[in-house]
Design a protein around this ligand. Sequence first.
Ligand code: RB5
Length: 152
Amino acid sequence: MRIAIGNDHVALQMKYHIKAYLEEKGHEVIDLGTDSSVRTDYPIYGKKVADAVAGGACELGVLICGTGVGISIAANKVKGIRAVVCSEPYSAKLAREHNNANIVAFGARVIGEATAEMIVDAFLIAEYEGGRHQRRIDMISDIEEGRFSCSD
Ligand code: RB5
């Protein structure tokens, strides 16, 4: 699978670890994060990865900052992106199966490398189930497009 990865200065070592982990598993990893420990701004990398996924250059994305929060908020501003912050693998699995999430985010200051591995494994292995979930995904798209009415 072609996966975009992005990170800020806080998450350098975690990015290197997860990038190598995914490559060992045979994935092609497009690294759009910083390689510098100089303080930078997480929205840059959230946007870069979101654009790569929303534009179809990559199938899924992985975002890492201190908490995973800021970088996922930034990514979610890009149309078509459903980025989720996960600190355990169960939510990552369900985020794919039910929410058709296309980016998983986590915090380098929150979880360790072993948990991060489990989270990306769960996220990449799971598949969107469609069916009853699609109506809700369509509602989210409608909110994004400004055509959602709460009476729907
Ligand atoms: C950077 O200090 C930190 O704010 C960032 O990595 C992230 O945790 C933001 O959500």
